[in-house]
Design a protein around this ligand. Structure first.
Ligand SMILES: *Cc1c(COP(=O)(O)O)cnc(C)c1O
Length: 385
């Protein structure tokens, strides 16, 4: 196989440690569902699913039926897959036959699930997602009685696998009031449902931010993406955790991903020359530069033009000029001895320096997830200890 212009290393130890931290935090009765949408937040679903199974994860959540299929190709027999988002009617039969669980947030889908399950002699495992104030997907309160009636009338074809909802931004402290109201709503619905004859097998509400900051809403399952990959959901969540902890476990999350490339070319540039396209960088003195073999088409964001840093020989080299489609340039004037083929760290540690994931999002919105989830699937992933 020919070589790719960059590579991603995935740390099994880091993933296992993050999952252990979340397990301890949410208590022994609660189980982590690993959210692996968006190619496992850009980490690579093919590698992450078997790694997570080794670390004891049994449940995986995907955003779509297509993603669920990818998970089903790499998981073990024991694994449970849940589809939280888009699922087309024509895929219902496949999903039910394969025992894949799925969210239902309207009556039409619930009836259709029962009908398809009956027609193929199977049983559809559904998670009833209820509206609590997020106003995205979620069954309206006025439809709850009808939904429970349909479940009750189809015991051989509908399995009430879960009752759930999603919080609208537990990442930010500014949303605290709205989140509190959502939790109250969810509690009211949970009590109403659990009083009836149809009881859900699992109750779940929290994703990473709520699991860390409001552990009392962990219920039976927590759906964890961000934190499992070693990414803090937001500075607010990190701060809140740090102010509450005794300092014994001040840094409980470790980055799972390390992204590397190597030097493609080096050259000298005379003072006052422009570097790369346009005039965004003019050499203030004679400089040495190194050319990187990847650009925004390969996942390195254009926003890092004249802003980002990489590590070469353990030292920080700043990006100079604009990030192009398949190349960008860094200043290595201060780093002696750089040669073509030298290892370059784009994210991760090299000797005593680190390039953090957060450095990629500070310039744009506050979302680390946007950047990682866009890392191309074509970059080879390698599992390391
Ligand atoms: C993405 C997603 C999650 C995981 O959220 P993180 O903040 O990454 O832990 C949980 N639940 C739903 C419904 C989601 O869409």
């Amino acid at each position: 196989m020919v070589r790719h212009s960059s590579r991603i290393e995935l740390s099994l130890g880091a993933l296992a440690a993050n999952l252990r931290f979340l397990d301890i935090l949410t208590g022994s009765k609660c189980e982590v569902v690993l959210v692996v949408k968006a190619n496992a937040y850009g980490h690579g679903v093919t590698e992450i699913v078997p790694m997570a199974e080794k670390a004891g994860v049994r449940r995986f959540a995907a955003a779509s039926c297509h993603e669920a299929q990818l998970v089903s190709e790499v998981c073990s027999e024991k694994a449970v897959i849940i589809i939280m988002g888009i699922l087309y009617d024509e895929d219902l039969a496949w999903v039910i036959e394969n025992g894949i669980e799925f969210y239902v947030f309207d009556i039409v889908r619930l009836r259709k699930a029962a009908e398809v399950a009956r027609s193929i002699g199977g049983i559809a495992s559904i998670h009833l997602e209820v509206e609590t104030g997020g106003n995205r997907t979620g069954l309206d309160r006025s439809d709850l009685t009808e939904a429970l009636r349909i479940l009750r009338e189809n015991p051989r074809h509908l399995r009430f696998a879960g009752l759930c909802s999603h919080l609208a931004g537990a990442e930010t402290l500014a949303a605290t009031f709205r989140i509190r109201k959502q939790i109250e709503q969810f509690e009211a619905i949970r009590k109403r449902v659990q009083k009836g004859r149809m009881r859900p097998e699992k109750i779940h509400l929290a994703s990473s931010a709520a699991a860390i900051t409001i552990p009392e809403v962990a219920y039976d399952l927590v759906r964890i993406g961000t934190a499992a990959y070693g990414i803090w959901p937001s500075p607010d969540v990190q701060n809140l955790y740090l102010t509450r902890t005794t300092g014994r476990n001040a840094n409980p999350l470790s980055r799972v991903m390390c992204w590397k490339t190597d030097v493609m070319h080096t050259k000298k540039v005379a003072k006052d020359e422009f570097i790369g396209y346009g005039t965004s960088f003019q050499a203030p003195r004679e400089m040495r530069i190194a050319v990187m073999p990847l650009g925004y088409a390969n996942g390195y964001p254009r926003e890092m033009s004249n802003r980002g840093h990489v590590l070469i020989r353990g030292r920080k080299a700043p990006v100079v000029g604009s990030v192009n489609m398949n190349m960008f340039i860094v200043d290595i004037t201060h780093i002696p001895g750089v040669r073509v083929g030298d290892e370059v760290v784009l994210i991760g540690r090299q000797k005593s320096n680190v390039i953090s994931l957060r450095s990629f999002s500070e310039f744009s919105s506050a979302l680390n997830n946007e950047f990682v989830s866009r890392l191309p699937a074509a970059i080879p992933r390698q599992v390391v200890r």
